[in-house]
Design a protein around this ligand. Structure first.
Ligand code: UTP
Length: 285
């Protein structure tokens, strides 16, 4: 079956971005010319997921508003003859069909995914963590979907990280490489010490997940910080069903931290001929 649904969890508190996130959803921070969330939604659509499910929280109303109509603004732009801007604003609100589900308490990424059970319980679905922004001609989610269509099962995006950085990520154990860059995963561990890491293949924020995950999340015990970890449920899943890891092709920007977000802005601006000049001028001063 085709993957039609993509879940975007955005209910996290974004504490690494405080004080900005005291009042502002980190997903609404600009990445050059549009908010971070826009990149995630565009990637899901470009991967042919026509149904977007956003797991939101109390402080995330601005995301819903961003993708909704804005009549006052539209009327104002129209009456002033600013049709380019009018068309741009209307296009955003017509971009996608989005279903919003509230995660009442931020009990972790695993719990956020569990909130999608009602709509995803009978089919495989995509997951995109908007903090991880990927830039590539073939979207990373679609790279995973292609593997799922060919081989079935759950598919996780992987990146080779430096051994000293394994403790920042979920790290997988590969049984074997079925084809270049595609691993059969038999175990995984969240944020291991370098000496305990089963590999240097780290889980990044794109997945295609089997609906079997839901009962596993229901039964998952709370881990670090009282949160339900997705990795814990995936670890059990790979004992029951095939789970593939795909070393994705593309560039990743970690926009979940201030440093990562700043680096992403500079690097993406450098890709734009006009903005590149602005950056170079500042640096050369
Ligand atoms: P993070 O681990 O980055 O957590 O979540 P966070 O709360 O967003 O940020 P920090 O660590 O406090 O700075 C990874 C993804 O899971 C979502 C987040 O919105 C992010 O997309 N998430 C996390 C939820 O939707 N709900 C949660 O309870 C936790």
């Amino acid at each position: 079956m085709k993957i039609k649904k993509c879940v975007l969890p955005v209910a996290g508190l974004g504490t690494r971005f405080l004080p900005v996130t005291k009042e502002l959803a980190k997903e609404m921070l600009p990445l050059v010319n549009r908010p971070i969330i826009s990149y995630g939604v565009e990637e899901a659509l470009a991967s042919n997921c026509s149904e977007i499910i956003m797991i939101t929280g109390r402080a995330k109303r601005s995301l819903e508003n961003y993708f909704d109509r804005s009549f006052e603004l539209e009327e104002l732009l129209k009456s002033r003859g600013k049709m380019d801007l009018y068309n741009m604003v209307v296009k955003i609100s017509n971009m996608a069909e989005i279903l919003y589900i509230r995660q009442r308490e931020p009990l972790g990424l695993g719990h956020a995914i569990l909130c999608a059970e009602l709509v995803c319980k009978n089919e495989f679905f995509g997951v995109a963590l908007p903090d991880d922004v990927f830039i590539n001609d073939v979207p990373v989610l679609s790279q995973l979907i292609k593997i799922h269509e060919r081989m079935g099962g759950t598919v996780i995006a992987l990146e080779e990280v430096a051994p000293e950085n394994v403790s920042r990520y979920g790290i997988v154990k590969s049984q074997f490489e079925v084809e270049p860059g595609v691993h059969k995963i038999i175990d995984m561990v969240e944020k291991p010490k370098p000496e305990d890491a089963p590999s240097n293949l780290a889980i990044m924020g794109r997945y295609v997940i089997s609906p079997t995950i839901f009962p596993l999340l229901q039964n998952a015990k709370t881990g670090a910080g009282g949160e339900i970890q997705l990795t814990d449920a995936l670890k059990v899943l790979c004992e029951q069903e095939p789970v593939w890891g795909v070393v994705y092709k593309g560039r990743r920007f970690d926009c979940g931290t201030q440093k990562g977000w700043l680096a992403a802005n500079v690097q993406l601006a450098m890709d734009d001929p006009e903005l590149r000049e602005v950056i170079l001028e500042i640096v050369n001063k």
